[in-house]
Write a protein that binds this ligand. Structure first.
Ligand SMILES: NC(=O)c1ccc[n+]([C@@H]2O[C@H](COP(=O)([O-])OP(=O)(O)OC[C@H]3O[C@@H](n4cnc5c(N)ncnc54)[C@H](OP(=O)(O)O)[C@@H]3O)[C@@H](O)[C@H]2O)c1
Length: 250
């Protein structure tokens, strides 16, 4: 299957760890020049080193920034534009959760931070990158939502609200950019083995696994495979969709 990804330039937010890092590596293997946006120097370094180690001809670049900071995003995208003169693919993967808390106990600061990173962060990135993506002959935007954005979950109101917000944002951007041939979709993972789930207790994990038809968490590589397909030439007739990847989460 020819993904026609060779020579493309892709920005991946939250590429320092977990799902984002797996996506960076899978793009790098397809000869994509990957721009990794992440927050911390250590995780950026790890992803950059790993990408340098895969066989692929991409010319990778990385920046540490907080995607909720619109000026930092504007500056970062400007740098990418100057360096590569194009941006074909944007994968909005960076996201955070919050400490489990019922709505009446949830601190306003926690609500604000989660919405700022998970939702406004995507707005910031798309505000400055869509002009570039529209110029590509294979423009692709992929946002990472969550199955919890559709199901809801007690104790994670802000997280679930932010992930539902991504659904509306994705469908709207798909409508705005369709005439420019850009595909804009979201993926909605269920539970995936990453740091974000490390705070989960053993008993909580057992309960959640029992609600998954495959009785296990997903892997980052399984999610990266779907992401790769959705930014490739092979997904040219898919837009405005939210694609679940959750092992049959009920
Ligand atoms: N894992 C799951 O079960 C699951 C399920 C459904 C949806 N998701 C979604 O999938 C995405 C990736 O999750 P993950 O599990 O891979 O998470 P993760 O392992 O915690 O990694 C999150 C990544 O996002 C980056 N990041 C966080 N805040 C940022 C900010 N303000 N600015 C820039 N980068 C920031 C982190 O940077 P540093 O490395 O520098 O800290 C890190 O690279 C998230 O949107 C998450 O909500 C995950």
């Amino acid at each position: 299957m020819d993904l026609k990804l060779s020579g493309r330039v892709a920005i991946v937010t939250g590429g320092g760890r977990g799902i984002g890092q797996a996506i960076c590596l899978s793009l790098a293997r397809e000869n994509v020049s990957v721009v990794c946006f992440t927050q911390h120097k250590e995780t950026l370094k790890e992803t950059m080193e790993k990408m340098a180690g895969v066989s692929g001809e991409g010319d990778h670049f990385g920046l540490c920034l907080d995607i909720s900071d619109s000026k930092a995003v504007a500056d970062a995208v400007k740098q990418v534009g100057t360096l590569y003169k194009k941006i074909d693919i944007v994968i909005n993967n960076a996201g955070i959760s919050h400490h489990p808390s019922l709505i009446f106990k949830l601190e306003e600061t926690e609500w604000d931070r989660v919405i700022d990173v998970n939702l406004k962060g995507i707005f910031n990135v798309l505000k400055y990158t869509t002009k570039w993506v529209m110029k590509s002959d294979q423009g692709r935007i992929l946002n990472v939502s969550s199955a919890l954005g559709q199901l809801g979950a007690a104790g994670t109101v802000a997280y679930c609200a932010s992930k539902s917000g991504i659904v509306g944002l994705t469908k709207s951007v798909a409508k705005e950019l369709a005439r420019r041939g850009v595909c804009c979709n979201a993926i909605a993972p269920g539970l995936v083995e990453t740091d974000i789930n490390k705070k989960m207790s053993g008993s909580m994990r057992e309960v959640l696994e029992s609600q998954i038809l495959f009785k296990r968490l997903g892997t980052v590589d399984e999610v990266a495979s779907l992401a790769l397909f959705l930014v490739s030439a092979q997904s040219s007739y898919i837009t405005g969709q939210i694609i679940n990847i959750d092992g049959g989460l009920e």
